[in-house]
Ligand binder design. Structure first.
Ligand code: INI
Length: 150
């Protein structure tokens, strides 16, 4: 996976930052290990998952990046709040990506517990931030190739 010469934005939620800081570190590490110049990574922090789609839209409209990575953690509580936040964040990511043509990797965790989220942020089950970054690299390269007609 080669990220040399590619530009990325990472949009990361501050809510549940004990989890999202790890997702962010995993994503940056994966990009760097794939040859991405640190200066080619723009990190944008937002309050929570709900705010991710509008920031993705603003970045996608600016057309500065080959791919964008969305990172956050929605953790189920005692009320239906989770369903609204997670549902809107997920559909917003898909909408912005399809409408803009900019690939957006979905690194938004939706879990029942903090433990499940931590497991997916570098403890037991890999790091989904890192996985999302690898997907972003692959999709940036794939869309460049398809657009060039090769
Ligand atoms: N935002 C998250 O990213 N994760 C959550 O688990 C969460 N919960 O549980 O409430 C959450 N809420 C905040 C939301 O994303 C907005 O920032 C807030 O509603 C203000 O618009």
């Amino acid at each position: 996976m080669n990220a040399q010469g590619l530009k990325f934005a990472i949009v990361v939620g501050r809510f549940n930052s004990v989890v999202t800081d790890r997702l962010l570190a995993g994503a940056i590490d994966a990009l760097a290990r794939s040859g991405c110049d640190p200066a080619a990574i723009e990190v944008v922090r937002v309050p929570g998952s709900w705010e991710i789609p509008i920031v993705l839209q603003t970045l996608a409209e600016a057309r500065r990046h080959d791919a964008i990575i969305a990172l956050s953690a929605v953790i189920r509580g005692d009320t239906p709040h989770f369903d609204y936040v997670a549902g809107q964040a997920a559909s917003g990511v898909a909408q912005v990506s399809l409408a803009s043509g900019v690939p957006i990797a979905f690194g938004i965790l939706t879990t029942n517990t903090v433990e499940q989220a931590m497991d997916r942020a570098g403890l037991k089950s890999g790091n989904k931030g890192s996985d999302a970054a690898m997907t972003a690299i692959e999709m940036a390269n794939l869309l460049k190739t398809l657009r060039a007609g090769r």
